[in-house]
Design a protein around this ligand. Structure first.
Ligand code: H79
Length: 448
C-alpha cells in the first residue's frame, strides 16, 4: 500500500509518457569498446559478471584502454538491420549506451574527443544512425548515459568506496595528494555531453545510471538541462536513485518513471510506473570469456509477463559484437518473444497491471485498460489441470484461450473462478485465458 498523496504527485507530473506505458517492450543495447574484449583483457577480468566492467575488473590503465578504443571498428554495424530486427520482435523502443562508465562516447562530442567519431578509424556516429533508423521504423529512441561514473576522468567517483583504489591503477600518474572533485567532472564533461545529446539527437528518453554521489543539486542540473531542450524526453529514476524502487515525493519532479534493479523481476505492485532492465544473458555487454550464460526463452517470457503484470515495461538488453553485428543468440531470443507476442500481444501492449489484490501461484494477471477484461497468464499449469482464481471482482461472461480463440470451460461461485485447461498445452510458454467480466472490474490505482 502506498501513499495516496504520493500517487497524486506522481500523476500530476505524469508527462507525455502514454507511449511509454503502452510500449511494454524495449530493447536495451550495451555497445562500446568493451564489446571487443568480450569480458577478458590479457587473461584478466573474465570472472566478473559484466563485460562492460572490464576496465575496472581487469584494472586496465587509461593509456592501454585508449589503444583498445582507438582500434574499435564495428565496420559491420547496420542501424537499419538492428532497427528492423527489434521492430520485428514486437519491440517499441530502443535504449543504447551513448557513454558507459568507461567514458567512451558513441556520438560526436565537442566536449571530449574520446568518442567514436574523433577517436577511431570507424568515424561514424552510432547514436545518430541508430536514432534515425529507429524513428524510420516507428520505434521510440533513447540513450543510456552514465552521468556520475567515468573511469576516464579522475574526478568522477566510483560506485563503491572499495573500488576507489581503482583510480590509481587506471591513472597511475596522478599526484599522491589528488582529490577527486565530482562537480569539476560534471561541469567539464557529463553535463555538457548530456546537453549535446538532448540538443542534437531526437531523444524520446534518457536513461541515467548508478547515481554515486548524485545529490539533489547535481541531479537538478541534469534534469533542468533535459527539460529545457527536450521537454517531452522521459527521464528514469537512476538520475538520483539506485536500482531500487524507492520513491520520494521530493524527487518526483526530477524524473518520470522508476527503474528497478538490474535484472530484477518485480514480484509485487509498485508505487510508480516502472521499468525492469533485464538482459538476455548474465552480462549486459557482449561476453564470451569466463563466467556467462544466456537465459532460456521460457525464463525471458516469464520475466516479461511478471513485469507487465506488476505495472511496468520490460527493457531487455542485448550486447552486440565488436564487429557491429547483433549477437545471434540475442536475435534468436528476441525472435521467439516476438512470435509469442504475435499471438498474445493483446494481453501485453496497452495492458494495465493486475487489478486483483494478489498474484495467483500458477502465474500472473494483466487487464485491459477499462478493467473489464482480465488476461490470466498460466505460466505453471497445476497438475490437476484446473486453475482457481479468488477475489474475482465481477460476473464472468466468457473465457477463451487467446492463442486459439477456443472457449474455456469455467465455473464461478461467488468470487471464486475455476477454469479447466486443455490437456495439450495451448502455448508452450504461457497459456493466456481472456476473461470477460460484466460491468466494471475492481478499480486499480492509476499507476498502471
Ligand atoms: O549498465 C549495466 C551495468 O553495467 C550497470 N547497470 C546496468 C544497466 C551497473 N553499474 N553498476 N552496477 C551495475 C553495479 C554493479 C556492480 C558489479 Fe562489480 C559489477 C558487481 C560485479 C560487477 C564492480 C565490479 C563491483 C564488483 C566488481
Amino acid at each position: 500500500r502506498f501513499d495516496d498523496n504520493l500517487q497524486q504527485t506522481a500523476d500530476s507530473i505524469a508527462r507525455q509518457d502514454q507511449w511509454f506505458r503502452d510500449a511494454k517492450f524495449g530493447a536495451f543495447i550495451h555497445f562500446g569498446v568493451y564489446s571487443t574484449l568480450e569480458g577478458e583483457y590479457e587473461g584478466r577480468g573474465s570472472q566478473h559478471r559484466y563485460s562492460e566492467w572490464i576496465q575496472v575488473s581487469a584494472k586496465i590503465p587509461a593509456d592501454e584502454y585508449h589503444q583498445v578504443a582507438s582500434r574499435f571498428n564495428p565496420a559491420e554495424f547496420d542501424a537499419d538491420e538492428w532497427a528492423t530486427t527489434f521492430a520485428n520482435a514486437g519491440i517499441r523502443y530502443v535504449v543504447i549506451t551513448s557513454k558507459h562508465h568507461d567514458g567512451f562516447a558513441l556520438f560526436k562530442s565537442l566536449v571530449s574527443e574520446y568518442n567514436i567519431v574523433d577517436y577511431t578509424a570507424f568515424k561514424r556516429d552510432i547514436i545518430k544512425e541508430l536514432s534515425e533508423a529507429c524513428h524510420r521504423r516507428g520505434l521510440k529512441f533513447g540513450v543510456y548515459y552514465s552521468q556520475a561514473q567515468d573511469w576516464d576522468e579522475p574526478d568522477a567517483p566510483y560506485i563503491a568506496p572499495r573500488l576507489e583504489g581503482t583510480r590509481k591503477f587506471i591513472h597511475p600518474d596522478l599526484p599522491a595528494d589528488f582529490k577527486p572533485d565530482m562537480d569539476r567532472y560534471i561541469a567539464k564533461k557529463s553535463l555538457p555531453q548530456v546537453e549535446e545529446l538532448v540538443k542534437h539527437y531526437e531523444l524520446d528518453l534518457i536513461w541515467f545510471d548508478t547515481p554515486s554521489g548524485m545529490t539533489m543539486e547535481r541531479a537538478k542540473q541534469f534534469s533542468d538541462t533535459v527539460r529545457k531542450h527536450r521537454p517531452d524526453c522521459l527521464i528514469n529514476s537512476r538520475l538520483i536513485h539506485g536500482g531500487k524502487d524507492k520513491v520520494d515525493a521530493t524527487f518526483l519532479s526530477l524524473y518520470d518513471y522508476s527503474s528497478i534493479g538490474d535484472k530484477e523481476v518485480p514480484t509485487r505492485k509498485l508505487p510508480l510506473y516502472v521499468e525492469s532492465p533485464d538482459s538476455v544473458s548474465s552480462s549486459f555487454g557482449y561476453k564470451t570469456k569466463g563466467k556467462c550464460y544466456y537465459h532460456t526463452e521460457e525464463e525471458l517470457i516469464e520475466r516479461f509477463v511478471h513485469t507487465v503484470c506488476a505495472g511496468g515495461n520490460y527493457l531487455l538488453n542485448n550486447g552486440p559484437m565488436g564487429n557491429g553485428r547483433l549477437d545471434p543468440e540475442a536475435i534468436r531470443l528476441y525472435g521467439v518473444i516476438g512470435e509469442w507476442l504475435n499471438v498474445n500481444g493483446e494481453s501485453i501492449y496497452a495492458a494495465k497491471r493486475n487489478p486483483l489484490p494478489s498474484r495467483p501461484e500458477w502465474g500472473d494477471i494483466s487487464a485491459s485498460k477499462d478493467g473489464t477484461t482480465l488476461y490470466l497468464h498460466v505460466l505453471d499449469a497445476p497438475p490437476s489441470g484446473t486453475i482457481t482464481l479468488n477475489e474475482v471482482p465481477g460476473i464472468i461472461e466468457s473465457a477463451v484461450f487467446l492463442a486459439t480463440g477456443e472457449k474455456a470451460q469455467f465455473s464461478q461461485s461467488d468470487d471464486v473462478l475455476r477454469i479447466t485447461l486443455p490437456k495439450a498445452n495451448v502455448d508452450e510458454y504461457d497459456t493466456v485465458v481472456k476473461v470477460q467480466l460484466s460491468g466494471q472490474a475492481a478499480s486499480d490505482t492509476p499507476a498502471s
